[in-house]
Ligand binder design. Sequence first.
Ligand code: GSH
Length: 211
Amino acid sequence: MILFDYFRSSAAYRLRIALNLKGLEAERRFVHLRKGEQRAAGYLEVNPQGLVPTLVIDGEAFTQSLAIIEYLDELHPEPPLLPRDAGDRAWVRSIALAIACDIHPVNNLRILKYLAHELQIDEPRRDAWYRHWIVDGFGALETRLAARATDRFCFGDSPTLADVFLVPQVANAQRLKVPMEPYPRIRAINEACLALPAFDHARPEVQPDAE
Ligand SMILES: N[C@@H](CCC(=O)N[C@@H](CS)C(=O)NCC(=O)O)C(=O)O
């Protein structure tokens, strides 16, 4: 398996966590997003969207972190990343999707570059944009988690897909200095996750390409 990765990519961070939870190792190829390597012809052949992560398994390129992680969960069911009950699975996926579809995409590098270059928006206002969408999303997530996440993690006493998506988004929030006081449940879950080696070893700061 080959993982196309970038230390600061939160979508790749999700996949690093999932691989660690499953005890799987992948050869790493680093795609430097700030240098624009995701748009190089060689990488676009692997992933025409020009995004990381991509996981190549037996020569086949898998893209989209959620699809890749669910695929890995199906190939390697232990430990499970989704609950057995269909209603619980929908709830866990709803947390992951709130992050993957509604918070993360508007703060992606290509969006920030468009704000900077095409719309001439300066860095303080770009950072305000970034924080706004995290605060908006985390407010709703905190309410949903406070109502249902009564154990250590988003769902129950072992990490699921929801935690795999939450922790990298918290890392983004912390990097942009979003005040985390309003989100005690998110903070507690993040701490519980990072106490596990699978999450700890996937952190951006400890990756070989970290700057
Ligand atoms: N929905 C995709 C998102 C992938 C994505 O947006 N990756 C970002 C890094 S977190 C990226 O490669 N950005 C490059 C760019 O915006 O040019 C997934 O979940 O895999």
